[in-house]
Design a protein around this ligand. Structure first.
Ligand code: ADP
Ligand code: MG
Length: 921
């Protein structure tokens, strides 16, 4: 068949011209996939493959009916494919087909998912002096949101964090990032986004700037301050051009350019978001996350907003107080709150409806949903004004954010146009009420009259003919007909013309019926066309109001989010925290917001300020150290969301960032060594945290040998205390670190108290702990203590203690303070053996020195450290005398080997080699 050749050929040509993964090409009433595409689609979607022959070869073919395309495409896109759609249209000489739309993960309008769906672009430029500048733009085509930011002098980590926070479905890397494998790898580690190489030209500054100004207007671009942010503009331009190219048709709904800077938000890196389990648990479940726990929103948009708040806590005190006041008012006005939530639960997703109206995919039911939701604004506004507690709160202002008059008038317009319960298809009439348009009314009247005539025809005919089994119906082949039961066919009047005989009946028509049929068909077609035209006009009216819809949608979403926070606060007895400037963090009877849901939680206090900047948290395993620290981080975070917090009372000094290093179990799965990851994260914290940050370190150093670990933990503590000065909580099982708490002025020890007489939890003999946090360090040998409590035999416990003492033998560490604070570098020297301080530069020498054996090394006098000398062992020449030449050789190789420069595998090989050499003797 030559026609077949044509179709497959055309398919392959179109496919060549697109970089989409799959092509669906319209062929009459079907969309067809051919060749390889057919096989992929059939596999993914369980479609049947048939064969299409062309040029003597045969091609696999799979198709879906035109009306069913959307769900199939959605399913493919959700599996990560980019699907091009070629529509067919009539031309003078037959059909022509062209690609009208490419549906991609980031431009997928018919998503079944309520959460935000971001398409992001990221670009990088090397800046003159130091570091790089990253520009990121992200849009959600389903809601018209558009956000841009520029990160100056940033390392890739900050850009990756931004992208992680958006969780985009699709990312367009700029031309300069496409070959940066390291960046791309790290990107893939953090997101599941599809990476798409969009036309490089659209990233060019001139072109991008033009695109952005066209979209938002030059004034807007300048007023939000991205006009001179070249890098941000490049990302924004690329995103807009991609949305345009894919043909999703929602650009008109993208009306608001939101530019945000680094100073607006609390810095939360990807690790911290994961560690604090903000939106999903470490295991990757959304249930059990902070969001899942506190989310009581009743609308999809409200849920999206609340989630966004959690991921982007704020630093602006006025904004936080505004939010708190709204939550406070709603938590007190219980009746009004429930009335508002009840009302909101009828709301549809206005932001998404705006995008559907703009893209031309909204049907009459969607416009009805718009109308019904717009009408809710008035209802909730009434609930606010009628309730004194709410009326005097900032909620009243929040509601003014949306133009109520415009909303009412659009709602009224839609209400007077559309019938109450319109059909799901827009091409078959029945959409409009009478009175919408005179000409339309006339056609509707005529049409209905004709239908009425047909409807009453059976009764008239029965009466006239006396036939009882008579009906009038319609089908595709016969048109309208009169059907008479077999037993009564003898009685039919003469003018009945027989058209068909069935088993139990005969069908007839009459000249009159034929004429009415022609009328009805003509009127029907006319009516459908007219209604469709009017509908398109009405939909365009709604699209013109996209901004209004978004405003109202966001106002309702905000109200929903506030009400949700209020519900959670009331139900869980949370308190409104004081948000203040400065470094205070005080929490009275604080709880962990997620753990308190499932456990009888033992509340704890926390106090930190300038003089108590760094807390070392000690206590046995499973005593609650990690929980206590996360609780501090989550309470700070919630306070900076504007929420109430799980505590009797709290004062939270606003932070610029929260950094955590908690647990390591999940990282093993990624094939990176736990310790490497631990150190990378520590490194990131030490680079990024400032004196306004909150840092949570949980068991840092645990991933390596004990003394290695202590050393790193020790040095990191000194560095944070002396150089960074962030508010820090450090849980450690290295009891040695508590020495720092006793010596450095801003470092304090707290411990989770272990009950002397352990309470037995039930009959299984589990040891339970008190979990109360108190000042001071924990019992130094709690590990052994726990072994004892758990009933390990006495000889083992005793021996453990002895071994521990031996291990700590003869070790001493000096403690460093900062120059300006302490007038000297060395603060004290801690003897790990005795658990006592020896001498130190800043210590008042005499008494302390007298109580211990000898003075040990300080910074000022490193050469003559007696400890070191002792550790060196026998002097060189003595050693030479007692060693054979092989051993000498091994030793000298060992001395020369640069451990840091030698790959671990080589190191192992070396060690084996040496062992073999030494064995030979
Ligand atoms: P650690 O870090 O000291 O090993 P965790 O913080 O992991 O201990 O806590 C151990 C267990 O105790 C967890 O199951 C946690 O839910 C529970 N827990 C911790 N703190 C409390 C508390 N204050 N009240 C009740 N249960 C707690
Ligand atoms: Mg822990």
């Amino acid at each position: 068949m030559t026609e077949a050749t044509g179709i497959v050929g055309e398919f392959l040509t179109l496919k060549e011209g697109t970089d989409a993964d799959l092509l669906a090409m319209q062929c009459g009433d079907f969309y067809e996939f051919f060749a390889e595409d057919a096989e992929i689609v059939a596999d993914e979607l369980d479609l049947k493959v048939s064969q299409k022959s062309s040029h003597g070869s045969s091609y696999p073919m799979a198709g879906v009916p035109v009306d069913d395309l959307t769900p199939y495409v959605s399913a493919l896109v959700e599996r990560g494919y980019r699907v091009a759609i070629a529509d067919q249209h009539e031309t003078e000489n037959g059909h022509a087909r062209e690609i009208t739309r490419v549906v991609t993960p980031g431009t997928h309008l018919e998503t079944g998912d309520e959460s935000a769906q971001y398409l992001a672009a990221v670009v990088r430029e090397a800046s003159r002096d130091s570091g790089d500048t990253y520009g990121i733009a992200a849009t959600d085509v389903t809601t018209g949101q558009f956000q841009v930011t520029q990160l100056d002098d940033a390392d890739a980590g900050e850009a990756l964090t931004e992208l992680y926070t958006f969780g985009p479905a699709e990312i367009l890397p700029g031309p300069e990032l496409r070959n940066d494998d390291e960046f791309l790898d790290r990107l893939r580690e953090r997101t599941d986004a599809a990476l798409t190489l969009h036309d490089s030209a659209s990233f060019e500054p001139g072109r991008a700037s033009h695109t952005v100004r066209e979209q938002f207007g030059s004034e807007t671009v300048d007023s939000v301050g991205i006009g001179d942010q070249n890098v941000a503009v490049r990302a924004a331009g690329a995103v807009l051009s991609y949305v345009e190219d894919t043909g999703v048709g929602t650009l008109a709904a993208v009306t608001r350019l939101q530019a945000y800077g680094e100073r607006d938000h609390v810095d939360l890196d990807a690790t911290t978001q994961r560690n604090l389990e903000l939106t999903e648990t470490m295991q990757g479940d959304s249930s059990g996350s902070l969001f899942d726990t506190i989310d009581h929103t009743v609308t999809a948009a409200g849920g999206r907003l609340l989630q966004q708040w959690l991921q982007r806590p704020r630093r602006n005190r006025a904004e936080l107080q505004r939010r708190q006041s709204c939550v406070a008012a709603l938590s007190e006005a219980a009746m009004a709150r429930e009335r508002i939530r009840e009302t909101l639960s009828d709301a549809y997703d206005l932001e998404r409806l705006a995008a559907r109206a703009t893209s031309g995919s909204a049907d009459a039911r969607d416009l009805r949903a718009v109308q019904e939701t717009l009408a809710l604004l008035g209802q909730v506004a009434d609930a606010v004004t009628e309730t004194e507690r709410l009326a005097e709160s900032p909620l009243a202002d929040a509601l003014d954010g949306a133009d109520r008059e415009a909303a009412d008038s659009l709602a009224a317009e839609l209400d007077s146009a559309l019938v109450a319960d319109p059909p799901g298809t827009v091409r078959q009439g029945g959409l409009f009420k009478r009175g919408h348009d005179d000409d339309l009314d006339e056609i509707i009247d005529e049409h209905e009259a004709a239908l009425e005539w047909l409807e009453t025809l059976p009764d008239r005919e029965k009466e006239r003919t006396g036939i009882t089994h008579l009906s009038v119906d319609r089908n595709k082949t016969d048109g309208y007909y009169i059907q008479v039961g077999k037993s009564e066919t003898d009685a039919v009047p003469e003018k009945y013309q027989h058209i068909k005989t069935l088993k139990n009946s005969k069908r007839y028509t009459t000249p009159e019926l034929d004429e009415k049929e022609r009328d009805v068909l003509r009127l029907e077609e006319r009516r459908h066309d007219m209604e469709y035209e009017h509908f398109q006009r009405l939909r365009a009216r709604v699209a013109e109001h996209a901004t209004l819809l978004q405003d109202v949608g966001r106002t309702l979403a905000e109200l929903d989010a506030f009400a949700s926070l209020a519900v959670h606060a009331v139900e869980n007895d949370w308190a409104r925290p004081a948000v203040v400037d400065g470094n205070e963090l005080s929490i009275e009877a604080g709880r962990h917001p997620v753990v308190e849901q499932t456990t009888e939680f033992v509340p704890n206090d926390l106090y930190m300020d300038d003089d108590r900047q760094f807390l070392i948290v000690t206590g046995p395993n499973m005593s609650g150290k990690s929980t206590y620290m996360r609780q501090a981080a989550l309470i700070t975070l919630l306070a900076q969301v504007g929420s109430f917090v799980p505590a009797r009372s709290a004062t939270v000094g606003l932070v610029d960032g929260i950094f955590t290093r908690v647990g390591a179990l999940d990282e093993l799965a990624q094939g990176r060594s736990t310790f490497m990851v631990e150190m990378q994260e520590l490194s990131n914290i030490l680079h990024s945290a400032t004196e306004e940050s909150l840092v949570i370190l949980d068991e840092v150093g645990r991933g390596t040998a004990t003394f290695d670990g202590i050393s790193i933990a020790w040095a990191a503590t000194e560095y944070i205390v002396n150089s960074i000065q962030s508010k820090t909580l450090f849980a450690t099982h290295y009891h040695e670190l508590t020495a720092l708490g006793e010596e450095l002025p801003t470092v304090e020890n707290v411990h989770v108290a272990v009950d002397g007489e352990p309470r037995s939890a039930g009959s299984d003999g589990d040891v339970t702990f008190l979990r109360t946090v108190r000042d001071g360090p924990t019992d130094r040998s709690y590990g052994v203590h726990v072994a004892d409590l758990a009933g390990v035999p006495e000889p083992v416990v005793d021996r453990s203690q002895a071994v521990l003492d031996r291990l700590r033998d003869d070790k001493a560490i000096e403690i460093r303070g900062s120059e300006q604070n302490d007038g000297g570098t060395t603060q004290a020297v801690f003897d790990l053996d005795s658990g006592q301080f020896r001498d130190g530069a800043a210590q008042s020498g005499g008494a302390a020195a007298g109580s211990t054996a000898e003075p040990v090394a300080t910074d000022g006098d490193p050469e003559h450290a007696p400890g070191e000398a002792a550790a060196e062992g026998p002097k060189g020449d003595e050693r030479a005398a007692s060693l054979d030449s092989e051993t000498e050789a091994v030793l000298s190789e060992l001395t020369e080997l640069d451990v840091n420069e030698t790959p671990p595998v080589e190191l192992m090989a070396k060690v084996q080699e040496w062992q073999a050499e030494l064995d030979d003797e």
